[in-house]
Each structure stands twice: as C-alpha cells, then as structure tokens.
Design a protein around this ligand. Structure first.
Ligand code: TXA
Ligand code: MG
Length: 347
C-alpha cells in the first residue's frame, strides 16, 4: 500500500477546509486509517464505529486485540451518542482539561461503537485532543476517531511524522504531517466510572492538577506493583524499549560513569541517557541528552525521540538517569521503567 504524506501548517486559520485535511478525512470516511498529530504523540485514526477500520488499526500496529483504543472527539456534543451518562466529576475534568492530554473512561451505550475498538469492555476511553490538525480532521470526517499511538506495538510512541513513517510506511493509507508534537508523553488515562477517579496511566495532566479540580484521586496500584494486573489493558505490555538492554540507574553521575567504564573495559559499546546539565560529564560511546532536568516538561517532550535515537546506534548496553516522580516526572518515570523492562540498578 502506498502511504500518502499530507503536509499541513498547524497555524493557519480554517484548517478543516484545506485540501490535505479533506483528502485525509475522505480516507477516514472510507474506513481507511490515517495518522495525525495530537499535542501528545501522533495517533493512528480510524472510524470508531467501523469494525473494518478498527481491524486495520490493530493490524497495522501489530497490536493485541485485547487492548482497547481511545476514541477522539472534536466537540463534547459527540459524546452523548455513545456514552451513557457523564458523572459530575468527569464533567469538571472535561471543563478543566479539554481540549488537552486527558483521557476519561466512562460507561458506553451499547451498539454505537465498534466493540473491537473497546475490546468488548462496557466502558470507553474518550479524549478531545488539543491540536488544531487533530480537531480539524475529526471535524472534517464527522466521525469519532479511534486512535492509538501511531507506532508499531512495543516501540516508542511517535512525536514526529518521520517516526510514524519509520514504523508504518506501506501499512497505512496516509500520514498528516503537522510538525512535532508538544507534550511528548501520552495523555493521562483516568477512570471516572467510580466515585473516586482512578489514574490508570500517568501522562500529560499531572495527579496534582487533577486533584485541584476534583479533590481525591487514586492511582491504579498496578502502577507501583508489577505483580498486579493493570486496569488499562495496554499497561501490561512492555513498551518503548530500545534495541539494546536498557538499565535505569538510581545513583549519581559518578556512579553511572563507573558502570560505563566497567562495561567499556569488557569491550562493550555503552550508551548513556542523560540531560543537558550532565551531558559533558560522561565518557561513553554515545551520550544523548533528553531535555533539561530542571524543566521536566522538556524531558517528556524529548523522551521518545531520544529512545528512538538510541536505536540508530550500535550499542551493547544503555544506562539512563532517573527523574523525580512529581508533576510530569511521574509519566516520564512510568515510561522509562517500562522501557527498561523494570531493570533498575539501585546505587
Ligand atoms: O495521548 C494519547 O493518549 C495518545 C494520542 C494518540 O491520543 N493515544 C494513546 O493511545 O496513547 P494508546 O492506544 O497507545 O493507549 C491507550 C491506553 C491503553 O493503555 C489502553 O489499554 C487504555 O488506554 N484504555 C483504552 N480504553 C480503555 C478502557 N475502556 N478501560 C481501560 N483502559 C483503556
Ligand atoms: Mg501506545
């Protein structure tokens, strides 16, 4: 299959009338699948009401069928056709964070969405992305769009159109290139079907921000305990992994450099994932700075591009620094822990 690349400028007015957007929307109406930018990562969109379109999404990504998709909307009115009721706390969260990097799980009305999109669950994950290209495309298609991150299953999520092309070229109908995404990590997934909202996946909206709006928020215990089954099916899979074994080191730069030196003495090629502040400290085969430690949002923004960059290098082992788990640091550490397959060295 030839994958069409549509390039658009996200800053122009009235995007939804642009020929690139109309062409991409037409593909979606024909139940084809198309990748598009959101403020978090690129998504691979398809008609959430069509089994045919949803199967194409799963097939292109090589995604296990038990992992449900997020349904993306451009207008809150769209929700009522497929959601049973919106609890007060969910409404407050929508008022505060939509459009934006927050996905809300609600009970769904049966018979509207493809049951393949929601993996047969009684609930549905909904989000309104804060990106003009995503909003224009959803509106022009007139459809709720099921869209997982537009990477091959297991790879880091794409934060640029080139990442999508690397993974999915030849497997999908097209890619709308609207430039690099901003937040860099995926949306926060919060289950609003119980009285106290539960974070199933940390992401672009922090726990602190959620609590400011709705008071107490809990977190799925599986986020901290690898022996428990996560409530978001996707959280059980290993993700984002670089090709070489990747170890997180809870220690000082000097301790990390010691580990690097030991491995180099054994003749191995060693990579280090650090930040701008510490970059010059290390002596390794490849040293990549992932944003600035003093501004965690820049680490989130650069995270997946950095993990992908390590795959361009021929390395035997990679060591990574850890980050404080406050604010968006929670999402960063969640993704890094997964990328390491829980390989953490405590110094
Ligand atoms: O930022 C994002 O959320 C991006 C962009 C494209 O919007 N999308 C994204 O989708 O990250 P995906 O499919 O890679 O991750 C969706 C997560 C998975 O862990 C999935 O298991 C969970 O949300 N999920 C979806 N529907 C669910 C439901 N009904 N109940 C529990 N978890 C659900
Ligand atoms: Mg994903």
């Amino acid at each position: 299959m030839e994958t069409i690349m549509w390039t658009v400028d996200k800053n122009v007015d009235n995007l939804k009338t642009y020929p690139q957007i109309l062409e991409a929307a037409q593909k979606l109406k024909e139940n084809e699948v198309v990748a598009f930018p959101t403020e978090t990562v690129y998504g691979l969109g398809g008609n959430a009401k069509s089994d045919d379109a949803v199967l194409k999404i799963f097939e292109a990504k090589g995604r296990p069928g038990d992992n449900p998709l997020i349904v993306h909307i451009s207008d809150r009115e769209q929700i009522h056709s497929f959601v049973k009721a919106i609890p007060e706390k969910a409404k407050s969260l929508m008022d505060a964070f939509w459009p934006g990097p927050l996905t809300i799980i609600l009970e769904q009305k049966s018979g509207v969405l493809s049951q393949k999109a929601t993996a047969g669950l009684s609930t549905v994950a909904v989000r309104m992305p804060d990106h003009p290209v995503a909003l224009a495309l959803i509106e022009a298609s007139g459809l709720p769009l099921a869209a997982p991150s537009a990477n091959l299953s297991g790879k880091p999520s794409p934060t640029a159109a080139a990442h999508v092309a690397d993974d999915l070229s030849g497997r999908i109908s097209g890619i709308v290139d609207g430039g690099a995404t901003g937040v860099g990590v995926e949306s926060t997934v919060v289950d609003c079907t119980a009285e106290v909202p539960v974070i199933l996946r940390p992401g672009g909206v922090t726990r602190e921000q959620l609590e400011e709006v709705v008071g107490e928020v809990s977190a799925d215990p599986a986020l901290k305990d690898a022996d428990q089954a996560p409530k978001a099916p996707g959280m059980k899979y290993r993700h984002y992994a670089p090709n070489a074994p990747f170890y997180l080191v809870n220690g000082t730069s000097a301790q990390i450099q010691e580990l690097v030196q030991e491995k180099r003495n054994e003749g191995l090629k060693v990579g280090v994932m650090t930040t701008l502040e510490n970059k010059d400290f290390y002596d390794a085969n490849v040293v990549i700075a992932c944003g600035e430690r003093s501004r965690l949002e820049t680490v989130a923004e650069a995270l997946y591009d950095t993990l992908r960059a390590f795959n361009q290098e021929d390395l035997d082992i990679i060591y990574g620094e850890v980050f404080p788990e406050h604010g968006v640091g929670q999402a960063v550490m969640n993704r890094l822990t997964k990328a390491s397959g829980l390989a953490i060295i405590d110094k």
